[in-house]
Design a protein around this ligand. Structure first.
Ligand SMILES: [Zn+2]
Length: 85
């Protein structure tokens, strides 16, 4: 099975289908573009299953400098591991 490290935006999108956090960082038009991009990027990887444990920290990189493996976001921040089923 292949593993992917996803950014916070992708985590929210995959786990909760929730894009509301995006609106904090982008204009309305940018949010729509970003959501469309995320959906396309994530659909290419589906089906994904969460492969991290927020209690033990396994599968979580709290401060990664690598780009997100789904949307290729270069923003530094946390990455969560997902496995392709
Ligand atoms: Zn991402």
């Amino acid at each position: 099975m292949e593993s992917y490290w996803l950014c916070e935006d992708c985590l929210q999108a995959v786990a909760y289908d929730d894009f509301s956090a995006l609106s904090l960082y982008y204009s309305e038009e940018q949010v729509e573009q970003r959501i469309a991009h995320l959906r396309t990027a994530l659909l290419a990887l589906f089906p994904l299953s969460a492969d991290f444990d927020s209690e033990t920290g396994v599968g979580i990189d709290p401060f990664s400098t690598r780009p997100c493996e789904a949307c290729a976001s270069p923003l530094q921040g946390s990455r969560h591991r997902f496995t392709r089923l």
